[in-house]
Design a binder for this molecule. Structure first.
Ligand code: DAH
Length: 346
């Protein structure tokens, strides 16, 4: 019964039929079902089968043809759905945006300050945060018993843990320490801006923190005058807070400058008319400044008869508060993304 065997062997071939792509599938269809295909050939053979076998073999042959067609259709559908899914992919679409980080407001303001002063010839200088007494106080004309070490609430670093021996290693409490480092390592003319973090032993509140940021400025050359200082600060204030901004210098005291002053700008909220921010005065204080004390020049090896200089120091948080009205200092270091994201477009 050669025909029956052929049908059964094709049956098992067909049930395992696989195609990797549409071309392979078409080749299979031709192999089995075309006019010259193997199944068609069996139908031809069927014509010469004796009548008593026709019923059984006829059924088997029909079954083989249906199964082959069914299997081919099944495989074709698989290709079609894959192709349809591939069509749905829009390969030109930009990928989902990755949430980008934002610039920290203090960095934005520090960079703006650096940028403004770089336009009048200042370069950046850095110094260590863990400092010694000499660079933070001694060479800046603080007398050995000067209360400023307490006044500035210095963090002293214990040489042996838990043993509070007198120590001259400390966390710098102001960036004025970078002045002494620069003046001992460079010769005038010196024109530097020293941004950095400073530390003070203060209870943390909305208005005070144990660390914050300052930018120090220093210019030492022949014939540097108080008028030069005033001009540089007026230029800075107008660039930072707008061309209408006015400044005023009030006499003050710092050990490392003589004369010393504190500088106010006209309140950028009320324009100088007086509001709750400037407590009705129309002015807000933004920095300390003065002419570098000759003792400081001398302690750094600069001849104070030949050279003079000016210096100023400002708090970056203070300037940022004025620009962006951040009322609570703690926000700057809490990493709350709801706060930080507000600076996305800056
Ligand atoms: N170092 C001062 C402070 O932390 C700020 C300061 C005042 C810096 C006057 C200066 C200056 O360079 O001339 O309060």
């Amino acid at each position: 019964m050669a025909l029956k065997d052929s049908i059964q062997s094709l049956m098992s071939q067909v049930s395992e039929m696989q195609a990797a792509n549409a071309d392979e599938l078409e080749a299979l269809r031709i192999k089995y079902l075309s006019k010259k295909g193997e199944i068609t050939a069996l139908f031809n053979e069927f014509r010469s089968v004796p009548n008593e076998q026709k019923r059984e073999l006829g059924q088997l042959l029909n079954q083989l043809r249906q199964e082959t067609e069914g299997r081919i259709n099944e495989l074709r559908e698989q290709f079609e759905t894959k192709a349809a899914e591939a069509d749905k992919l829009d390969l030109t679409r930009t990928p989902d945006p990755i949430a980008l980080g934002t610039r920290h407001p203090l960095s934005l303001v520090r960079e703006e300050i650096e940028d403004i002063f770089s336009r009048i010839g200042f370069t950046i200088a850095q110094g260590p945060e863990v400092e010694d007494d000499k660079h933070v106080y001694g060479m800046l004309n603080f007398a050995p018993e000067h209360p400023a070490r307490d006044m500035q609430d210095t963090f002293f670093i214990e040489k042996e843990p838990g043993v509070q021996k007198p120590t001259d290693v400390l966390l710098r409490s102001h960036t004025s320490s970078v002045q002494t480092r620069v003046m001992t390592s460079q010769k005038p003319p010196i024109r530097v801006l020293c941004p950095g973090r400073v530390y003070r032993n203060e209870a943390i509140s909305a208005r005070a923190h144990c660390f914050f940021h300052q930018v120090e400025g220093l210019y030492v050359d022949k014939h540097v005058s108080y008028a030069d200082l005033r001009e540089a600060l007026l230029y800075f204030s107008k660039e930072m807070f707008g061309p209408e901004t006015k400044i005023r210098l009030r006499p003050s005291y710092f050990p490392f400058t003589e004369p010393s002053a504190e500088m106010d700008i006209s309140c950028n909220i009320c324009g100088g008319k007086g509001c709750s921010f400037c407590k009705g005065t129309g002015w807000v204080e933004i920095l300390g400044c003065g002419m570098v004390d000759p003792n400081v020049l001398e302690s750094c090896g600069i001849d104070s008869k030949v050279y003079s200089g000016y210096a100023f120091g400002m708090g970056v948080e203070r300037i940022t508060n004025l620009k962006y009205r951040v009322k609570d200092l703690r926000l700057f270091s809490e990493n709350d993304v709801r706060f930080l994201r507000q600076f996305e477009s800056c």
